[in-house]
Design a protein around this ligand. Structure first.
Ligand SMILES: Nc1nc2c(c(=O)[nH]1)N[C@H]1C(S)=C(S)[C@@H](COP(=O)(O)OP(=O)(O)OC[C@H]3O[C@@H](n4cnc5c(=O)[nH]c(N)nc54)[C@H](O)[C@@H]3O)O[C@H]1N2
Ligand SMILES: Nc1nc2c(c(=O)[nH]1)N[C@H]1C(S)=C(S)[C@@H](COP(=O)(O)OP(=O)(O)OC[C@H]3O[C@@H](n4cnc5c(=O)[nH]c(N)nc54)[C@H](O)[C@@H]3O)O[C@H]1N2
Ligand SMILES: [Mo]
Length: 759
């Protein structure tokens, strides 16, 4: 029996490990990106395409949700943005002959990297029940078949409509409208695995689930925390903003179990001075925190602020005027146990006191965060505690200060704004009802984890994925794969081949679609779409490249044609929406607050910024009408003797489940992905050497065996007790039922594992 999961890359022979780097970006960044771009699309196409990234008349970079500044450089892209573009604009193609050559089970044996390298999907494909091959199918027949399966369901709630975060506002709005007109709120999305914890914590405390800062605020801040985030790899353009913030006088505190290169030093490839020399030291202070120690850290800071006799340590005026719950919060925090704090954080009291000095010296504070905070069991309480921290000194609702959850997918925030949500607000449904004249379902739908449970238990039978790679992005791979395989039909709207096409339902469809970089021409002429970045700015995106194949449809076309085939009532006007996306934007302008006059404002240079009551007016639209201070219990996550806490992270050469290459340059890894980073003191205690081969075995209450085989141990300066390895290879270790309180996000950053010598 093979000990190795089939979908993984094996390259122990070629794997090279060297010292991690101390700085990010700069020349190797750009040359690495250009090399991959040339390989994928040739020199001329590379030049034409990369010049259009994030320009005013160009397309929005599919790399991440970090906003573009006003003063765009000629080449406003970063190494990893360029890789994302090259991956889509590749000249490689998958044809019907490819599918004739490869059975579905053959594809299921291939690695994520191999699947992605095959090129763009070019025509709709169907795998019939019982067949081992995908075969070409005309679009009309594909829609008829999907519509027939949907309408044959006993209840609309037996269908799941997943969305990943690259889908445009226009496609997302049409898609949720279709799901609700069909009769379900089963609209899980990648957000459920991503920033759901941020949305939950922020909605409850400040009344809106989005960040409260704009780029200009970063440049005005005195102190910026970057917590649980690796911007050098995942949001490289943020480094330029941090560099500028520093120049304007901000101090930066990085909080992370790993000394990530991008947080330490930065070389700006877009300025000559950034190419030579040592670059800018980015973090003024680095707190090497234990995994899941952040609630303890911020609660300790809050306690010290409450106890401080420094004048203005706490902003009493702001607290009285704008917050609710101070007494209970104060009583709770003053009872905080310092031993718990030191154990949970792994920091010393002196280190925390030094941060307090930074805080007391700063009028305006911003806290930025990403997956290091959102994917733990107590993520929502952790983020609520950060809100407490900012509220104590009035740091929400004034320039230069606020909360800054840094989103991942380039339009994940916009998709939620457009109604991709399993728990829609009644006001949103009322507005849909008024605009379209049907009664949408009111009962909440399934999120990602519940959708897997529903498929596993036979309560859901049809799965439609609008982008993404559901099978590979989700936890507990074995359970999830069985769940998808048990469906009557799985259908994926995709640009590239991935494992979700290979781990398919009885019948399966591949619906190939246009990407961001490509021209979208409909009956009324060329179309553009729009997206919302991480700071609530909405702008247009226009593709210019010739589509990868003449047989691709836009996501909007796919939704509208499917809706026409599946829904009896012609009243919604799907044809008109497909013909001219202005029609969709007109609907949005009447349904979604903040989008009034959408069609005019989206055509203005740079687009427009959505309203945000706490940021704009210091108004907090919560249940109490004020910003809520909250009581968050600190429960120290204790790991049994001989076990480690494992976090699953991204390498520098991947985009979620898309593996661009096998290197992780900044962490010193070359030509391999099956590595586990462990602190030297833990290796000594476990009696393991650097270079040893181990299996990762996860331990969870249900006692089930979850094993990821054959990882090379890398001795690495991670916080003691805290290991790291790459996902998706380690998703098999994340138990489906191990999720965050309230947000139900899988706990991908805190999994208890033991390392067993590989047999
Ligand atoms: N090139 C590239 N860009 C991307 C992506 C990609 O895969 N590749 N993905 C996109 C998406 S969807 C997202 S959501 C973002 C993700 O962006 P990140 O959140 O930066 O991604 P991760 O690799 O998950 O890194 C998590 C970071 O948090 C730290 N961390 C983990 N646990 C803890 C903790 O308990 N406390 C603290 N303080 N730190 C912790 C880790 O050491 C690591 O530095 O990036 C987006 N951009
Ligand atoms: N263990 C662990 N698991 C995690 C995470 C983690 O940190 N650890 N992170 C989680 C996070 S933050 C996220 S956001 C999810 C990501 O989950 P997903 O968004 O589902 O996964 P992606 O890998 O981003 O999806 C890649 C696929 O999207 C398709 N695609 C690309 N561009 C387009 C487009 O323009 N249109 C359409 N229709 N399809 C397109 C391609 O076919 C490609 O194969 O993973 C989550 N899973
Ligand atoms: Mo994400």
């Amino acid at each position: 029996m093979s000990r190795r999961a089939p979908a993984d890359d094996f390259d122990d022979a070629s794997l090279e490990v060297s010292e991690p780097k101390e700085w990010a970006a700069g020349v190797p960044g750009i040359t690495a990106a250009l090399r991959q771009s040339y390989e994928q699309m040739g020199v001329r196409r590379t030049a034409l395409t990369l010049l259009r990234v994030n320009q005013k008349q160009g397309f929005d970079c599919p790399g991440c949700a970090w906003p573009e500044g006003d003063h765009r450089h000629v080449a406003e892209f970063c190494e990893n943005g360029a890789k994302a573009v090259a991956e889509e604009a590749t000249t490689r193609r998958i044809t019907r002959e490819f599918f004739a050559r490869h059975t579905v089970s053959d594809l299921a044996e291939r690695s994520d990297h191999w699947l992605g390298q095959q090129g763009r999907l070019t025509e709709p494909m169907l795998k019939r029940a019982g067949s081992e091959h995908y075969e070409p199918v005309p679009w009309d027949e594909a829609f008829r078949l999907l519509a027939a399966e949907l309408t044959a369901l006993e209840s609309p709630d037996e269908a799941i409509f997943y969305t990943s975060g690259r889908t445009s506002n226009e496609a997302a709005f049409a898609y949720q409208l279709f799901a609700r007109a069909f009769g379900t709120n089963n609209l899980p999305d990648c957000s459920n695995m991503c920033h759901e914890s941020s949305g939950s914590a922020l909605s409850e405390t400040i009344g809106i689930g989005k960040g409260s800062v704009l780029l200009d605020d970063l440049y005005q801040a005195d102190l910026i925390f970057v917590v649980g985030q690796n911007p050098g790899t995942n949001h490289p353009r943020m480094l330029s903003a941090l560099e500028r913030a520093k120049k304007e006088g901000a101090r930066i505190v990085a909080v992370n179990p790993l000394p990530e290169a991008g947080l330490m030093r930065f070389k700006n490839p877009q300025r000559a001075s950034g190419i030579a020399g040592r670059g800018t030291a980015l973090a003024d202070r680095f707190l090497q925190i234990r995994l899941n120690g952040d609630l303890a850290l911020f609660q300790a800071l809050n306690r010290m602020l409450l106890e401080s006799d420094a004048p203005g340590a706490v902003d009493r005026g702001f607290l009285d005027a704008h917050t609710h719950g101070f007494e209970a919060f104060e009583k709770h925090v003053l009872g905080l146990d310092w031993d718990d704090v030191l154990e949970a954080t792994g920091l010393t009291r002196a280190e925390i006191a030094a941060v307090l000095a930074d805080v007391l010296g700063a009028k305006k504070i911003i806290v930025c965060w990403a997956m290091g905070l959102t994917q733990h069991r107590n993520s929502v309480p952790t983020i609520r505690e950060i809100v407490n921290f900012l509220l104590l000194r009035g740091n929400i609702g004034r320039p230069g200060a606020g909360v800054c959850p840094v989103r991942g997918h380039s339009n994940v925030q916009g998709d939620r704004t457009m109604g991709i949500w399993e728990k829609p607000k009644p006001e949103f449904l009322d507005a849909l009802a008024a605009e379209f004249g049907f009664e949408p379902p009111r009962e909440h739908g399934t999120d990602t984890v519940d959708a897997i449970r529903a498929m596993r238990d036979g309560r859901a039978k049809v799965f439609l994925g609008m982008g993404g790679n559901f099978v590979r992005a989700t936890p507990d791979s074995a359970v999830t794969e069985a769940a998808l395989r048990s469906c009557r039909l799985t259908a994926q709207v995709s640009t590239k081949l991935n494992r979700s096409h290979a781990v398919a339902g009885e019948t399966a469809l591949i619906l190939p679609t246009l990407g961001r970089t490509e021209r979208d021409v409909q009956e009324s002429g060329p179309q553009f779409v729009s997206v919302e970045d991480s700071m609530g700015m909405v702008h247009a995106s226009r593709g210019r490249l010739t589509p990868a194949s003449p047989d691709l449809l836009s996501e909007v076309s796919i939704v509208c044609r499917l809706a026409s085939a599946a829904l009896p009532d012609p009243g919604i006007g799907w044809d008109a929406m497909e013909r001219d996306y202005d029609v969709i934007r007109d609907h949005v302008s009447r349904v979604v607050p903040g989008f009034e006059d959408y069609n005019a404002r989206i055509r203005e240079r740079g687009g427009f910024t959505l309203p945000h009551a706490p940021r704009d007016e210091r108004r907090f639209p919560t249940a109490t009408g004020k910003a809520n201070l909250t009581v968050n219990e600190l429960e120290v996550l204790r790991v049994p003797e001989g076990r480690l806490l494992l976090q699953t992270v991204r390498s520098h050469d991947q985009y979620n489940t898309t593996i661009y290459g096998l290197d992780d340059r900044y962490r010193g890894i070359k030509a391999g992905r099956r590595v586990v980073f462990v602190n030297p003191s833990d290796l000594a205690a476990l009696g393991l050497d650097d270079g040893a081969m181990v299996d990762l075995v996860s331990e969870w209450a249900d006692g089930a065996q979850r094993r990821a085989a054959a990882f090379r141990v890398v001795s690495y300066p991670t916080a003691p007790g805290c290991a790291a390895a790459y996902f998706p290879e380690t998703n098999v270790l994340v138990p489906l039922d191990s999720t965050a309180e309230i947000s139900n996000t899988p706990t991908s950053k805190s999994i208890v594992v033991r390392l067993e010598p590989a047999g």
